[in-house]
Ligand binder design. Structure first.
Ligand SMILES: Cc1cc2nc3c(=O)[nH]c(=O)nc-3n(C[C@H](O)[C@H](O)[C@H](O)COP(=O)(O)OP(=O)(O)OC[C@H]3O[C@@H](n4cnc5c(N)ncnc54)[C@H](O)[C@@H]3O)c2cc1C
Length: 329
């Protein structure tokens, strides 16, 4: 681990000022990802700006939408009564991740910006275009069981590891940012990038921009929603495939609306727009669910060890939609 200085920010303005002033500075949330990466010397910041004392309130507004301060702890968000009742997919996605102890210190902002778990990214002896641009990618011909099947490139096949982000993307969450020249907002689905030929650039954040809050618009039918994570171990493992979904079926059994996103499949949390489009207006049932899953996975590309994920993704989509259909009955 390199030597670094530590500063504590009291508000967004001071955080940005401290980060701009510090050489090779990084914001520090709970440190559960960043400090691991520093121990492995994958990240070597010279200054850490602690942003855990910034707002972390979770507020439900009169219209049912939620405003979540970026410093909110993962545990607090999963346990919040409004999240549990109105957005169960979000609560379940958080509880499917890490361990209780990690969720107690991990923040919402840090969870969104956690970095991939590709083992070649963590291994300084391996070639990784994300860690060292133009170095090559050992995952392409290596251990790639966990790697991407959608939106990958020859430069990078890593996946985004967050469970929470999959639910947030399904919910059309908005991310609020503050930078040296002011504030802005964007859909969370547009924050993370696909790798292309620049996998080291993972988000659309500008230098020194800080995540200050997440907003989740009201969505009545999200009360019937869930998150399913398929993994190698029942707990404390990252997703092979995960599905966050909400389903609204009318009295005639037709899909009125649907939200669906996938985890473990791409460099970013993957909103399954083709599945959603294929399902709207269809009679809800295993046949239409399977066809909608096929639509999303039609462009999937397998590597040496992860071909099983394509069929696993299809089956998990169908299983989740079947489960939600049962709840609609
Ligand atoms: C053993 C283990 C198992 C895990 N399993 C899972 C799992 O199954 N599913 C899952 O989703 N996650 C899992 N995680 C990851 C965990 O969820 C993340 O480490 C955690 O959410 C990161 O939050 P943090 O606050 O500690 O972030 P930090 O480590 O403090 O920061 C992460 C990144 O975010 C940046 N950052 C932090 N806050 C802000 C902000 N407000 N604005 C801008 N940048 C910011 C930091 O600079 C850093 O780059 C696991 C972690 C461990 C150690």
């Amino acid at each position: 681990m390199n030597i670094f200085s530590y500063q504590q920010a009291s508000d967004a303005t001071s955080a940005i000022t401290l980060k701009k002033a510090g050489p090779a500075a990084k914001y520090l949330g709970g440190g559960t990802n960043l400090v691991d990466l520093m121990r492995e010397t994958v990240e070597q910041p010279e200054t850490l700006v602690d942003v855990t004392h910034l707002p972390g309130d979770i507020e439900q507004r009169a219209d049912g939408s939620l405003l979540i301060g970026a410093a909110a702890k993962n545990t607090a968000l999963a346990a919040h009564p409004a999240v549990r009742s109105d957005f169960p997919l979000l609560s379940r996605s958080i509880l499917a991740g890490a361990s209780a102890q990690i969720r107690n210190v991990a923040t919402v902002g840090g969870n969104i910006l956690q970095r991939t778990r590709c083992r070649y990214f963590y291994d300084n002896a391996a070639r990784c275009n994300k860690r060292q641009p133009q170095a090559g990618c050992d995952a392409l011909e290596g251990f790639n069981r966990y790697h991407a099947i959608l939106g990958a490139s020859d430069a990078c096949v890593a996946t985004h590891p967050s469970d929470m982000c999959v639910a947030l993307v399904a919910l059309d969450a908005i991310v609020h940012l503050q930078g040296p020249t002011g504030g802005r907002s964007m859909p969370l689905s547009e924050l993370h990038r696909l790798p292309g030929d620049r996998p080291e650039i993972e988000t659309e954040l500008q230098p020194d921009e800080l995540i200050t809050a997440i907003e989740i618009p009201s969505l009545g039918f999200a009360r019937r929603s869930t998150y399913r994570k398929v993994r190698d171990r029942a707990s404390y493992a990252f997703a092979l495939i995960s599905v966050a979904a909400a389903l609204d079926i009318d009295e005639a059994g037709t899909v009125r609306d649907v939200r669906l996103a996938l985890g473990g499949v791409a460099h970013k949390p993957w909103r399954a727009t083709k599945t959603e489009l294929a399902l709207k207006g269809q009679v809800a049932g295993t046949e239409s669910f399977r066809a909608a899953a096929e639509a999303e996975l039609a462009d999937a590309v397998a590597l040496g060890e992860n071909a099983f994920k394509i069929e696993l993704a299809r089956r998990t989509i169908v299983a989740v939609l079947d489960e939600l259909k049962g709840e609609n009955a």
